[in-house]
Design a protein around this ligand. Structure first.
Ligand code: DAH
Length: 339
């Protein structure tokens, strides 16, 4: 009996199952009710009394050793499985998630590139402005209803301090501080006290352009508008100007381009007209030049201002303005391939 126990103990110590099935087969072979170790317990009855103590001890040792070995093998197998998942050397390296440029930045950069190509440089000004730079210098008379066109945010108790409603304020700052030739674009954020909806927001972005020099003419403005429209929306783009009114330009106009969604045939986006408005423009009013210290008898200029959200909507057909400021990565990810 003792030899048998010793034998089985050696077998147990040599257990080396390759997988869970083999391990289970060992358990059944040795430790189940009909297993070899259980059979020894049955034979135990026949062991002479004087040997019972020693054999019983050995038998229990064998049973415990087998049980311990079984648990040990099972644990090793499980942790190997877990480790295999963790260290799967066949996996590709963790990819570095690239961010995306915001659609408004993509379009603003594109506008900047187009104007830089024809010699414009960037100028910037403050978002918290005074009445002079936003309105008065730009020929908005006090109490003039044109001020109501732009729902202004005033800083409480400081009626002279406002959040700029347009980037035209940068025009006057630059003209005050430099003499022509001036050829600038002013990208930036502007604020208006509007109810937020899919088509209006209390802040948005504009790019202003200003060109002041000797003999700047309406023809220069037209050429610039045509060049910009074709660069931005494609060679097939047509333009038309409609007369308009802005206090700081005379004459003033609004620029339409042939609808780039239906190609001018008419669609819901252009309300079946085939045209969509993209910006305001005009010849700088001589009063504005004089207000900013530039001799209007020597110099003339043109200016234009556009909404970056509007241009982006046209390029990418974003239907809801609020998407631009919600930081929903599902929306932003759509611009992954843009630059
Ligand atoms: N500042 C105008 C606005 O916010 C846009 C604009 C119109 C700018 C005509 C100009 C311009 O420079 O000439 O609605």
């Amino acid at each position: 009996m003792l030899n048998k126990i010793q034998d089985i103990l050696q077998q147990v110590q040599a257990w080396a199952p390759q997988n869970a099935q083999e391990l289970e087969a060992l358990r059944i072979k040795y430790l189940s009710k009909k297993g070899e170790i259980s059979a020894l317990f049955n034979d135990f009855r026949q062991v002479p009394n004087e040997l019972k103590k020693e054999v019983g001890m050995k038998l229990n040792e064998l049973k415990n050793a087998a049980q311990d070995k079984l648990n040990e093998l099972k644990e090793a197998m499980e942790s190997k499985e877990a480790a295999d998942v963790h260290y799967d050397y066949s996996r590709s390296a963790y990819p570095v998630e690239l961010g995306t440029r915001h659609p408004l930045s993509i379009v603003r950069n594109e506008i900047i590139r187009i104007f830089e190509n024809i010699g414009f440089t960037i100028a910037e000004g403050p978002e918290i402005e005074d009445d002079w730079h936003v309105f008065s210098s730009l020929n908005f008379p006090p109490e003039h209803p044109a001020r109501d066109m732009q729902d202004t945010f005033f800083i409480e108790q400081h009626p002279d301090v406002v959040l700029r409603t347009h980037t035209s304020s940068v025009q006057s700052r630059v003209m005050e501080n430099s003499q022509p030739p001036i050829r600038i674009i002013c990208p930036g954020r502007v604020y208006r006290n509007e109810a937020i909806s899919y088509r209006a927001h209390c802040f948005f972005h504009q790019v202003e352009a200003l060109y002041v020099d000797k003999n700047v003419s309406y023809a220069d403005l037209l050429q610039t508008l045509e060049y910009f429209s074709k660069e931005m929306f494609g060679e097939q783009t047509k333009i038309r100007l409609r007369p308009s009114y802005f206090p700081f330009t005379e004459p003033s106009a609004e620029l339409d381009i042939s609808c780039n969604i239906c190609g001018g045939k008419g669609c819901p986006f252009c309300k079946n007209t085939g045209w969509v408005e993209i910006l305001g423009c005009g010849m700088v009013d001589p009063n504005v030049l004089e207000n900013c210290g530039i001799d209007s008898k020597v110099y003339s200029g043109f200016a234009l201002g556009m909404g970056v959200e509007r241009i982006t909507n046209l390029k990418y057909q974003v239907k809801d303005l609020r998407m631009f400021s919600e930081n929903d990565v599902r929306f932003l990810d759509e611009f992954k391939s843009a630059y």
